[in-house]
Design a protein around this ligand. Structure first.
Ligand code: HEM
Length: 389
């Protein structure tokens, strides 16, 4: 009896099952179609919003000075949070792989229109100091995903310095990290984002409210991409200025790329990446143990204001198809012994700042204006507390 009922009902169940399958199939297709449409609309909207021409001048929004003061408070809070019983460290890029001596040679055949500022004299060799670092505010293991920093200070640079109180210093700094764009556009967004992060609220940093118009999904992806796995060595990755600078009359971004072809061939022995400071070991292995120099090129990418190459939005990477990078100098790290207690302390006590330099390379755009006040404040804060250590 039970068997007969089951046999009769089986086709009905099968039909229901098939119908459910068709319904599910249709739903998936509709969702996929709607998703594609939204994606296409978003791409079109993005392209429409992000099209040239743009301004070749800085545009300073109202209230920037007050927002900057807020950021300084947060940055001091971060420095205090990370101090624990150690010295006061940098608010960002706290851990150095080393400070090394470098020579920066302006290209001997540099084109006339690229001869600007410290690149005015073809063939000129500048002595420089370079600090290589991890991006995090805490000196964590090198294997952890992070941005990697490179800061260069050209020494004995003649001419008036940008900052009135730095006239005796004669320097030109270039401060970069290993990703071409930044996870925020401007000062207002930085203030909101970093305050949330300092409170340990990583989600709120990119999703500050319920209103989807405030969600920074693209910027979240930039932040995730910036935190990348470590290179084999600090000499084997590319560093970008991210924010723009004057380049004589023009505006430009710059980058530093490894240039192994201009150095003796060298294969770095495999480092044990489980060791906390293996990037320092890699640098030490090449320059100190194996005594092989490392080479880079320093390049500039000039703004074409007819293209979408904005000054006031650091989340936008200037596209190479809109304006190519052009080499202006070669950088050599000669063989050297940099990893000594005295040199490491000297390295920690140095300050690099995009505002230490000449008018010809003046930092421009909101994020650089913000950096002027914040780097100065944090550098003073930690130096004042580290005296005598
Ligand atoms: C354009 C994007 C940026 C790049 C490429 C960048 C890169 C760097 C690098 C490489 C360092 C380490 C310098 C050294 O070796 O001493 C550094 C330090 C620092 N950065 Fe940035 N940074 C950027 C944006 C910012 C922003 C927006 C802020 C905050 C407003 C900031 C705050 C700091 C501070 C406070 C230090 C430590 C300064 C010191 O105590 O000497 N940075 N940055």
């Amino acid at each position: 009896m039970i068997m007969t009922t089951f046999k009769k009902e089986l086709p009905l169940l099968a039909r229901l099952w098939l119908r459910l399958g068709r319904l599910l199939g249709k739903t998936v297709l509709i969702v996929l179609g709607a998703g594609l449409l939204v994606w296409a609309l978003a791409v079109a909207w993005f392209a429409w919003q992000h099209r040239g021409p743009v301004s070749a001048q800085e545009q300073i929004p109202d209230g920037e000075a007050a927002m900057t003061q807020d950021v300084i408070q947060t940055a001091v809070r971060i420095v205090d949070q990370h101090r624990e019983s150690t010295r006061y460290l940098r608010d960002a890029h706290a851990k150095a792989h080393g400070c090394v001596k470098a020579q920066v040679q302006v290209l001997p055949q540099l084109a006339q229109d690229l001869r600007q500022g410290v690149f005015s004299e073809p063939g000129k060799v500048w002595q420089a100091t370079m600090r290589l670092s991890n991006g995090n505010a805490y000196p964590q293991f090198d294997s952890i995903r992070d941005a990697r920093g490179m800061a260069i200070k050209l020494l004995e640079v003649p001419g008036a310095q940008l900052l009135a109180d730095r006239q005796g210093q004669h320097e030109q700094d270039f401060v970069m990290f290993s990703h071409p764009n930044f996870f925020v556009s401007d000062v207002a967004e930085y203030r909101q984002n970093v305050a949330a992060q300092a409170d340990g609220q990583k989600i709120r940093a990119f999703f500050p409210g319920w209103d989807p118009r405030t969600w920074q999904v693209r910027h979240l992806f930039i932040a995730l991409a910036t935190l990348s796995p470590p290179p084999e060595s600090p000499t084997q990755t590319t560093y970008f200025s991210v924010s723009p600078y004057k380049f004589g009359e023009a505006n430009a971004k710059f980058r530093v790329m490894p240039d192994p072809d201009n150095c003796p061939a060298y294969a770095l022995p495999r480092q044990n990446q489980d060791l906390p400071n293996f990037l320092r070991s890699a640098l030490n292995q090449q320059l100190s143990t194996d005594r092989v120099p490392a080479c880079f090129v320093l390049q500039v990418q000039r703004q074409d204001a007819n293209k979408y190459m904005p000054i006031e939005d650091t989340s936008i990477e200037w596209r190479e198809q809109d304006s190519p990078f052009e080499t202006v100098a070669r950088i050599t790290l000669p063989p050297q012994d940099f990893d000594t207690p005295a040199l490491n302390l000297q390295c920690d006590n140095l300050s690099f700042n995009p505002w230490f330099g000449l008018e010809a390379h003046r930092p421009i755009g909101g994020i650089n204006r913000l950096r002027k006040a914040v780097y100065e404040a944090i550098s003073d804060y930690r130096h004042a507390r580290n005296t005598g250590t």
